[in-house]
Write a protein that binds this ligand. Sequence first.
Ligand code: PGA
Length: 257
Amino acid sequence: MNKKYRKTVIAGNWKMNMTASAVKPFIEELKAELPKTKTCETVLCVPGVIIPAMLRSGKDAKIGVGGQDVSKYEKGAYTGEVSAEMLEDLGVKYCIVGHSERREYHNESDFLVNEKAKALLAHNITPIICVGESLEQREMGLTMDYITYQVKAALSDINEAQVRKCIIAYEPIWAIGTGKTATAEQAQEVCKGIRAILREKYGARLARSVTIQYGGSMNAKNAEELLAQPDIDGGLIGGASLKPKDFAAIVKATAQE
Ligand code: PGA
């Protein structure tokens, strides 16, 4: 299967939860549960101030560390912002951009998402680029039109060598934090569509090497079926990534692929 050409990545998104002091006990519990796998990369995207603690504790559990947001600016008078250079300097390897919560609560546009992705790539950090339709768009039959627009906008001016480093996360907004997961068929259909967009823009060889995740109420119970889909190469997990046992169970489910 074409999956051998790409990495499986299970990434937790802690959102605005946990504290730096909670990291060590969390990782100890997670480590005890995590399967030994060479085929799946396990990542935790945590709030900026928790990153140093996660880098320290996550190391021997082989946890990759990710941020949840980055400034589009290189440096300067941007109070409150964190730059890609700062993340790179700490040792951060991944960073979420364009999460629907940031698009909604912070008015982030597709243009801004693209700028942030480029800022990360310039500092060797893999952007986890989130896209996803609203329930209204799905019900109106606009899912693929909207996803196509979002993916193309996010990848604008990103070249072949750079897109190889990117991860695309398909996260239907109606499935995030709602307990309402997309069915495996719905998720596969859109992830397959995303790969077709990549194929059209960058060619088949490149398209088959890009990791595409599903996110939205992924949990220990539904992960196996979702991850077994041919175009779903991992997950972006919110709620279930806050519970070591549940998160580890999702990583275990990749072994069934
Ligand atoms: P959820 O969140 O797993 O809690 O639905 C996913 C996300 O927002 O990345």
